[in-house]
Design a protein around this ligand. Structure first.
Ligand code: PEP
Length: 247
């Protein structure tokens, strides 16, 4: 799966231009396995302008509960609006909004019980990488967020090393492949029903480096920030994904 994470970017006029450009490249039935996570405020617009296509529209975050929680979007509201997936535990949410693994676990449960596919984001810092503690760290993030939960087979883990997000630096495709294999093993053995998840990679993916990533067997797609903001560079990555994975 290829997912665009627009973060706090986009605008009602520029979104229409983005849609126009993308639909000049792909026809409406060519969006299978492609998702966009626009800002909450643009969710309905994006859903409407892509309504004739098979593109999935999701959110960048949801809350674990509704009611007296000013500023929040609950999982049931998201589901009611037609949201099919949500990023959860993105490193920017963890660091800028102090989200911890326990909170992220409650969000995963809320997403699952409302029929929303969770895209759980995990990833190590540069210090952790240098201290050679990446695997222990990722295992801890996965177990804290998923242990004991009955997963749906569509659950997706996004491996996003923090040091690779928006920096132009990335691990090698082989290193990512081996980490993804590790993630699949940990999730399979720690979830209540032994589901092997899809694992996508995020962190400075561009049309220049995408081919190397998608050539690896355990890299099932990508989460794309900066390069998703321009329709043509996002489309180039989608084309590479299709060519390499033959989808
Ligand atoms: C992200 O933040 O999810 C991300 C992948 O960003 P970028 O592609 O800009 O590194």
């Amino acid at each position: 799966m290829i997912i665009a994470n627009w973060k706090a970017n986009g605008g009602f006029t520029s979104n229409i231009a983005w849609h126009k450009e993308l639909t000049q490249i792909f026809s409406n039935d060519e969006f299978l396995d492609i998702g966009i996570a626009p800002s909450h405020i643009h969710f309905t617009q994006i859903q409407k302008i892509f309504e004739d296509s098979n593109l999935e529209v999701g959110l960048q975050d949801i809350d674990f509960s509704g009611g007296a929680r000013t500023g929040s979007i609950s999982a049931s509201m998201a589901s009611d609006a037609g949201c099919t997936f949500s990023l959860l535990g993105h490193s920017e949410r963890r660091h800028l909004f102090n989200e911890d693994d326990a909170l992220i676990k409650t969000k995963i449960k809320a997403a699952l019980s409302n029929g929303i596919k969770p895209i759980l984001c995990i990833g190590e810092s540069e210090e952790c990488l240098k201290a050679r503690k990446t695997r222990d760290f990722l295992k801890n993030q996965l177990i804290s967020a998923l242990s004991g939960i009955e997963l749906i087979d569509k659950v997706v883990i996004a491996y996003e090393p923090i040091w690779a997000i928006g920096t132009g630096n990335t691990p090698t495709p082989k290193d990512i492949n081996s980490i993804h294999e590790f993630i699949k093993d940990v999730v399979q053995s720690s979830s209540a029903n032994n589901i092997e998840p899809k694992v996508i990679y995020g962190g400075s993916v561009s049309h220049e480096n995408a081919e190397g990533f998608f050539g690896e067997i355990n890299i099932d797609g990508a989460l794309i920030g900066g390069a998703s903001l321009k329709a043509n560079s996002f489309a180039d990555i989608v084309k590479i994904y299709r060519k390499v994975k033959r989808k």
